[in-house]
Design a binder for this molecule. Structure first.
Ligand code: 6PG
Length: 510
């Protein structure tokens, strides 16, 4: 009994930026943690930080130097959180825990950005050794420290053990306004509000939902970047002037964490040159893969997500810097347009609406993708809850998520956000300005693939007739792939001998 009291509540493996901050967050919420990292330095950093933040109390973190020591310091059955890079490192830790004597009723929670199919395979692979649960985390360093958005999935039994802890450490939202309840100081704990942690579904579902979150994140970021590019290279505005516009937008419909940080980034001055740092940053985007996975999954599932895919392509094109430099001197664009102050102001308003509409489309794509994937994999996803847990803590948090929550509360079976009455009205009121903004960007010669792919998506979704009739005919012409007719019963297939002498349309029985 005495010894049991000295044991830690939870084990933690991986004390990188996310891991260390999650540990401190757990500690603020009253848990004692046994922490381990392959780097002893990182273990020490976590202990030092705990001492700095909590100087007058006994240490809340016990630093371990091996997997075996970690297990020996935990109450049984063990609850262990992993915060290690996705892929091979997750398996390495799982194997090490098996070697250290982990038990079948112990729970291991993978909080990294694992590929969802890997999570499904791992749950099966390790089930005789321990219970693998997963919970993707969004929110970066600050989110991890003061309240992330958590997307747990896997064994419902494991969730009963994890739930109180997850709800305690997650971000909280005021249920009436849908706004985050701020928590910014070490030691501070928020008990009121709705937690941004909700059980998503069986193994893999949580990581799938987090993957789509990141796909939407890519699109959201790209939309903001295109607006910046148009304002900068098209309208000739400085980073500070653009920051002022974004700050104003952030007080309205476009209020979001990504817009807020973009304002800070644009205003930031380089410590050595004193000029805006953003102008000195090399324009080659990196990516860890979650946006790409979303785009690939959208193609596999057969769900159109062009704005998300374009955001991935935009990062790829940016990485071809040398090619772009070479082409910039040989390929021509339009002559620079000179706009009056009044015309610029009008254009800025159009651009605002374009961002808002494109953003609605990007979210519509992400949510429809989750819906179709859920159907394919037999997951009962609750989209209102998913929107709810994205209202705070995560990277795509925005006031806008409250409207998405309400759309799915109005109709939990909604096939696409664009069909919701609120969003339809938002788009109908702004589509003309959206078009003008894209015409402008095109005439400035500024790439706007996210903004314009979203407009094409919108126009495709609202088109009763698309040119797939001609496409079906082309397919039938060269491959006898058959087609259906609008004037005949659905499902009946036809084929034509297009170039032969006998051009009769033949009904195919099958
Ligand atoms: C989050 C982020 C986080 C991370 C991604 C994006 O939700 O907290 O999405 O998961 O920033 O890894 O990384 P890339 O932009 O490098 O793909």
């Amino acid at each position: 009994m005495t010894q049991d009291r000295m044991l830690c509540d939870i084990g933690f493996i991986g004390l990188g930026v996310m891991g260390k901050n999650l540990v401190l967050n757990l500690a603020d919420n009253g848990l004692n943690i046994a922490a381990f990292d392959l780097s002893a330095e990182k273990v020490q950093e976590a202990l030092t930080q705990d001492e700095l933040e909590n100087p007058n109390n006994p240490p809340r973190i016990y630093g371990c130097s091996s997997y075996t020591e970690l297990l020996s310091q935990l109450k049984a059955p063990h609850l262990i959180v992993l915060s290690v890079p996705a892929g091979e490192p997750v398996d390495q830790v799982c194997e090490s825990l098996i070697g250290a004597g982990i038990q079948p009723d112990d729970i291991v929670i993978d909080t990294g950005n694992s590929l969802w199919v890997d999570t499904v395979a791992r749950e099966e692979k390790y089930k005789s050794h321990f219970l693998l649960f997963s919970s993707a985390v969004s929110g970066g360093e600050v989110g991890a420290r003061f309240g992330p958005s958590l997307m747990p999935s896997g064994s419902p039994y494991a969730w009963t053990r994890v739930k109180p802890i997850w709800e305690a450490i997650s971000a909280k939202v005021d249920p009436l306004t849908g706004k985050p309840i701020e928590r910014t100081k070490p030691g501070q704990v928020i008990k009121e509000g709705e937690p941004c942690a909700a059980y998503i579904g069986p193994a893999g579902a949580g990581h799938y939902v987090k993957m789509v979150h990141n796909g939407i994140e890519y699109a959201d970021m790209q939309i903001i970047c295109e607006a910046y590019h148009i304002l900068h290279a098209g309208l000739g505005l400085s980073a500070d002037e653009i920051a002022d516009i974004f700050a104003a937008w952030n007080n309205g419909l476009l209020d979001s964490y990504l817009m807020e940080i973009s304002v800070e980034v644009l205003r930031h001055k380089s410590s050595d040159t004193g000029t805006n740092l953003v102008d000195l940053i090399l324009d080659k985007a990196g990516q860890k893969g979650t946006g790409l996975w979303t785009a690939v999954s959208s193609l596999e599932v057969g769900c159109p997500a062009p704005t998300i895919a374009q955001a991935v392509y935009a990062r790829s094109i940016s990485s071809f810097k040398e090619l772009r430099v070479q082409a910039s001197s040989t390929l021509s664009g339009p002559a620079l347009l000179q706009l009056s102050t009044q015309e610029k102001q009008a254009y800025i308003e159009e651009l605002h609406d374009a961002i808002y509409c494109a953003k609605i489309c990007a979210y519509a794509q992400g949510f429809q993708l989750m819906k179709l994937a859920a159907k394919e994999h037999g997951w009962a996803l609750n989209f209102a809850n998913i929107a709810k847990i994205w209202r705070a803590g995560c990277i795509i948090r925005a006031t806008f998520l409250q409207s998405i929550t309400q759309a799915y509360e109005r109709n939990e079976d909604l096939d696409n956000l664009l069909l919701d009455s609120f969003f339809a009205q938002q788009l109908n009121e702004r589509q003309l300005k959206w078009r003008k903004a894209i015409c402008g960007a095109t005439m400035f010669g500024i790439p706007n693939s996210a903004l314009s792919s979203a407009l094409s998506y919108y126009d495709s979704i609202r088109s009763e007739i698309l040119p797939a009739n001609l496409l079906q005919a082309q397919r039938d012409f060269f491959g006898a792939h058959t087609f259906e007719r609008v004037d005949k019963p659905e499902g009946k297939k036809y084929h034509v001998q297009w170039s032969a002498v006998d051009r009769k349309t033949v009904a195919i029985d099958s």
